[in-house]
Every structure is written in structure tokens, then in C-alpha cells.
Design a protein around this ligand. Structure first.
Ligand code: CA
Ligand code: CA
Length: 233
């Protein structure tokens, strides 16, 4: 009888221990901020998922669906919406941890048409963006470059326009620079003599991160007119 009681006691202790030793499930929560959540086309919206959290491990991927048929990656990203009539887009963030656990969050972006959008200068970044110079980028700054193209039908004066990276490092396009329709302008990170088709940033270090960055083109008024987020394959 005493042996049975002892056995039951041991079993009870084991059950309590096992119950107490079970690890709580991993909690993963997707959360993001948008700025702005509404505005006039073309609207550049930044998305920041740094508020997402997980109780154990790390978040290994941030996948974005911008609601207009395009997608993106990264904890912080941006997207440009252009509309001809008012549209509301549902943006979805899906985060994944190293075990494959997932969580999602959604927000709406409202974009209104601009009455002058059709007459706005259409200067765009040209694919591909040569952010990774051959060899050591720091020793080969002029092989780090990108290009802008005038996709409109009128010459655009780019004097005082700026190009910035995600960290806010900024280059101002020199006075007197203009771009004819369809013309392409290259901007290299290093030193050199500017011409009508090639400009030099004169940076002392690489400008464009090889593991992902965002290029912003702003006009003289400081309004963003083009954006180019990229991520290595
Ligand atoms: Ca680079
Ligand atoms: Ca390189």
C-alpha cells in the first residue's frame, strides 16, 4: 500500500514538472506604420514594420503586398502609387520566423487623382540599378551608378533636384542640367568631369548598400517624384 502511494506521489510530481516545463507557444505579431495613409497621386508611401515582434527567435522575412499587384521585401520599404481615379489599396504585411511561423497585418491606403498628374515631369530611375560595383565598392566608386530617364514628351530642367539613399545621403543635381525626352542621365558615385549625359556624385564612400536600399528623386520643392527600392536576389 505504501509503495502504491509512493508511486502515485512520484507520478504526480512528474506530471506537475512536465506541465511546468512545457514551453509557451511562440507568439509572433505583425504590425506596421504607414506614412502617409492617404494623399494625391503620385503618392509615395513608406512602410515601417519595426513594431512587429516575436517572443522567441528572430523574424526572418518581411513580405509586402502593396495591393496593386506589386510586392516588396524588407522591414522598411516604400512604394509609389499612381492613379487616374480614386482608389483604396489594401496593403498586407506577412512576417515569417526561422521556424516558418507566420503572422499578417493589413492597412488601407487611399490615393486620389491629381488634376495635373498628366502634365507632371516623368523622370524615372532606369533598371537595372548598378549598386554593386565590381570588386570592392569603396575602391571602385565609379562602377557604382544608376540612371534617370525622361519618360515624358517635354525637356525637364533638373537643376537643384536631389537624389538620396535610405540613410539620407543626398546628391544635388548641378544647375543647368536638363534632360530631353527619352534621354538618359547616368550618375556615378565617384569623381569625374560632368557632361550632358554623365554626372559624378563625388562621394568619398559607397552610396548604395549592396544588401538593399531605396533611391529617392526629389524636385526643387523637395517633393519626391520617383523612388527605386531594390533588394539583392
Ligand atoms: Ca554599393
Ligand atoms: Ca562589389
Amino acid at each position: 500500500m505504501i509503495r502504491w502511494k509512493a508511486a502515485c506521489f512520484v507520478l504526480a510530481v512528474l506530471l506537475v514538472c512536465l506541465g511546468g516545463c512545457v514551453l509557451p507557444p511562440v507568439e509572433i505579431a505583425a504590425q506596421f506604420a504607414v506614412s502617409p495613409s492617404s494623399g494625391v497621386s503620385p503618392l509615395v508611401v513608406t512602410f515601417d514594420a519595426s513594431a512587429s515582434h516575436i517572443t522567441e527567435g528572430v523574424i526572418s522575412s518581411y513580405a509586402w503586398d502593396f495591393g496593386d499587384g506589386t510586392t516588396g521585401q524588407g522591414m522598411i520599404t516604400a512604394h509609389r502609387y499612381a492613379v487616374e481615379e480614386e482608389r483604396t489599396y489594401t496593403v498586407t504585411l506577412r512576417i515569417t520566423d526561422q521556424h516558418g511561423n507566420q503572422a499578417a497585418a493589413h492597412q488601407s491606403i487611399n490615393v486620389s487623382p491629381s488634376p495635373v498628374a498628366s502634365q507632371a515631369p516623368r523622370i524615372e530611375f532606369v533598371w537595372p540599378f548598378h549598386y554593386d560595383a565590381s570588386g570592392d565598392d569603396a575602391a571602385n566608386l565609379n562602377d557604382e551608378y544608376f540612371a534617370l530617364q525622361n519618360k515624358g514628351d517635354q525637356t525637364v530642367d533638373l537643376s537643384g533636384w536631389t537624389v538620396s539613399n535610405e540613410r539620407g545621403v543626398t546628391y544635388q543635381i548641378p544647375s543647368g542640367t536638363s534632360l530631353l525626352p527619352n534621354a538618359v542621365l547616368y550618375i556615378h558615385s565617384g569623381d569625374g568631369s560632368n557632361s550632358d549625359t554623365i554626372l559624378y556624385w563625388n562621394a568619398i564612400a559607397p552610396v548604395w548598400n549592396n544588401d538593399g536600399d531605396i533611391a529617392f528623386l526629389s524636385n526643387r520643392e523637395g517633393l519626391i517624384v520617383a523612388i527605386y527600392p531594390y533588394y539583392p536576389c
